[in-house]
Design a protein around this ligand. Structure first.
Ligand SMILES: [Zn+2]
Length: 244
């Protein structure tokens, strides 16, 4: 389980090399229903009596169909539109869409992720520039935390292949690059990675860490990357087609 949103919960299951994220709503239906929306959200409606194990089994059984639907709808994803930071607008966090809600509040100005919403508490709810700054700061903070966490896990794995620990870790917002490394053995990551699914973040992290042993795109580099992450191509493609 990754999060709880009101009466529905969100879950992920591993289907082959793909991760299927879905929202589960418990209803008074008599049978289980799985739908994939044009927004690429997977929705599962289940009768009260169904156990989570039953639901996961059913989702996995329909896995191939779900992936096909997701691929199909991906072709219709609109190009990224300029963000306006108004209520109702959706923003991606770890590959999932959350709606924005600007809420006037006299107290501390902050962003909270609650019940599937980015609640932006601010003194003046019509100050969209302020909302943008608050949300950008939230993504920077969460991006750093997530990337750091994945970096520690990934390096623990790569250590066995003789990959040294990075001499420095830097975070920055960048337009064109997800990550890079320095001659001195440091790594640099784009905090915008907070918008993409975790398997894609792991791909960027693994890629940069492999460079600490092979500072080029030589066959030895790809051999190492394929060894630690056999499905890296799929993750790379998913990252490249991600709409932020
Ligand atoms: Zn590279």
């Amino acid at each position: 389980m990754i999060a709880t949103t009101g009466t529905s919960t969100t879950h992920t299951v591993q289907f082959g090399s793909a991760e299927i994220a879905f929202t589960l709503a418990v209803t008074d239906r008599r049978s289980l229903k799985i739908t994939v929306g044009p927004d690429r959200q997977v929705m599962v409606e289940a009768p009260v009596a169904k156990s989570l194990d039953d639901v996961l089994t059913r989702v996995l059984r329909r896995g191939a169909w779900i992936i096909r639907q997701l691929e199909y709808f991906r072709r219709f994803q609109p190009l990224p539109t300029p963000r306006r930071y108004v209520s109702g607008e959706t923003h991606l966090y770890l590959g999932r869409q959350y709606r924005l809600k600007l809420i006037p509040d006299e107290g501390r100005e902050e962003v909270k992720l609650i019940r599937g919403y980015f609640q932006v508490l601010l003194h003046d709810a019509t100050d969209h520039a302020r909302a943008e700054r608050l949300l950008t700061r939230w993504f920077d903070t969460h991006g750093r935390a997530i990337i750091t966490d994945r970096l520690v896990k990934c390096h623990a794995e790569l250590q066995r292949y003789g990959v040294p620990a990075p001499t420095s870790v830097t975070f920055r917002r960048m337009e064109k690059r997800w990550g890079s490394c320095t001659k001195a053995g440091g790594v640099l990551f784009n905090t915008e990675l907070a918008h993409v699914p975790v398997p894609c973040i792991d791909y960027v992290v693994a890629h940069e860490l492999c460079h600490l042993k092979h500072p080029n795109h030589s066959p030895a580099f790809y051999a190492l990357l394929s060894q630690v992450m056999p499905d890296w191509r799929r993750r790379k493609e998913r990252l490249e087609t991600a709409v932020l």
